[in-house]
Design a protein around this ligand. Structure first.
Ligand SMILES: [Zn+2]
Length: 176
């Protein structure tokens, strides 16, 4: 999975969970946080990302980081109110952990050892059109094909979230 699918899913969750009311600068920051959270396991940091796929894609190590981030943002009342409350933080955690599920969709079928180091069991839910491709550069035909596959597969989630929010606003129900 390249970053496209993760980013689109994070954006869709953000659209559903945007606090009310939400001015543009805040909406952009809020959405960026969700899109970043959905990509955290792949961040190219020392000892993380695809250099240490076991650590970075374990539900345990990610849960520890989520608890740390949630405590830092959720415990101070002013910060918690600004982000929209515990519900938004829970949704952010969901977007973050969705990364592990989406990576299990690779068509190589090896799956993700999400319970490392407790278990070597792997979550593998291969979908035929999701391929592993090297990151750019160069921008190869295989990369563009994967880009298109992820846009077509996850773009409708973002579109559905936008339509849902617009309808809620039109009917007087304010999205939370
Ligand atoms: Zn990944």
């Amino acid at each position: 999975m390249i970053t496209v699918g993760h980013t689109l899913l994070g954006a869709a969750v953000a659209v559903v969970c945007l606090p009310k009311p939400c001015p543009w600068p805040r909406a952009i920051g809020h959405s960026a946080a969700f899109m970043l959270a959905a990509n955290v396991p792949d961040l190219p940091l020392p000892g993380w990302g695809h250099d240490r796929y076991d650590i970075s894609h374990s539900v345990f190590s990610n849960a520890l980081l989520i608890v740390a981030v949630t405590a830092a943002v959720g415990l101070p009342p002013a910060a918690r109110r600004w982000v929209g409350g515990w519900g938004v933080l829970a949704a952010l955690a969901g977007a973050w952990l969705s990364h592990l599920l989406l990576d299990s969709f690779y068509n190589h079928g090896r799956g993700v050892a999400i319970f490392w180091p407790v278990s070597s069991a792997r979550l593998a839910l291969p979908i035929p059109w999701f391929s592993v491709v090297p990151p750019p550069p160069p921008f190869t035909a295989a990369l563009w094909k994967e880009f298109a596959a992820e846009v077509v597969s996850y773009g409708p989630l973002l579109a559905a979230a936008l339509v849902w929010r617009r309808r809620r606003r039109a009917t007087g129900q304010t999205p939370r």
